[in-house]
Write a protein that binds this ligand. Structure first.
Ligand code: B4P
Length: 192
């Protein structure tokens, strides 16, 4: 089974992908995690994307599609993927469609997590405060200024994917304002 988790920053894509990995033994492909790992390990690409990510902008399609292509090739005997935070543009959505077609794999579901901006800001700022209080590193893009840019990028570049997947008959929208357990239950209801 291949599924996409779609939604604005802080909607809970990473949180719900983690639940699906535990419960269904699927492979999570998070472009955000891949890009952060490239930064931490100090690769040329990691250095190139650092400023873009910190400002809250989207990394280029070329880089992100390349990362996904590499991962799909590396895990080519896997039985299912959760695409977490990918695709985020129409070009990425087209590329994913082509990659899955090349692998002879279907796209089973696209789950949109619906959360309003006020709650997104509370969650992201809350995550930054919790990390700081626990003496853990705070994500450089988890602040109100970067979040404004992340939300603008979402509405301009990513939200058109809702119509794109709706037209293909793949899209289900889930209430992302509910508790983590209740959102997970809704997603499991969709996946069956
Ligand atoms: P991501 O890492 O994808 O980050 P995100 O969208 O901010 O987070 P997510 O929705 O996963 O929220 P989470 O579960 O963590 O992207 C970061 C950056 O990487 C982007 O800005 C961009 O620069 C770059 N990037 C990544 N993919 C790209 C692509 N495809 N193309 C171009 N650039 C790309 O949840 C957030 C918080 O909410 C947590 O504290 C969590 O505990 C809490 N929470 C979650 N669900 C909750 C619930 N139901 N109730 C209460 N709290 C909840």
């Amino acid at each position: 089974m291949n599924i996409i988790l779609l939604g604005p920053p802080g909607a809970g894509k990473g949180t719900q992908a983690g639940r699906l990995v535990e419960e269904r033994n699927m492979i999570q492909l998070s472009t955000g995690d891949m890009l952060r790992a490239a930064r931490t390990s100090g690769t040329e690409m990691g250095k190139m994307v650092a400023g873009v990510m910190d400002r809250g902008e989207l990394v280029t399609d070329e880089i992100v599609i390349g990362l996904i292509r590499e991962q799909l090739e590396a895990d080519n005997d896997a039985t299912g993927f959760i695409f977490d935070g990918f695709p985020r543009t129409l070009a990425q959505a087209d590329a994913l469609g082509e990659l899955l077609a090349e692998m002879g794999q279907p796209l089973d579901a696209v789950i949109e997590l619906e959360v309003n901006d006020e709650v997104l800001v509370d969650r992201i700022v809350g995550r930054a405060k919790e990390a700081a209080a626990a003496g853990q590193p705070v994500r450089a893009d988890d602040n109100e200024e970067s979040l404004k840019v992340r939300l603008m990028a979402y509405y301009k570049q990513t939200s058109p994917l809702i119509g794109y997947y709706y037209a293909k008959g793949n899209l289900t929208s889930v209430d992302g304002l509910a508790s983590i357990d209740d959102v997970a239950a809704s997603i499991n209801g969709v996946l069956g």
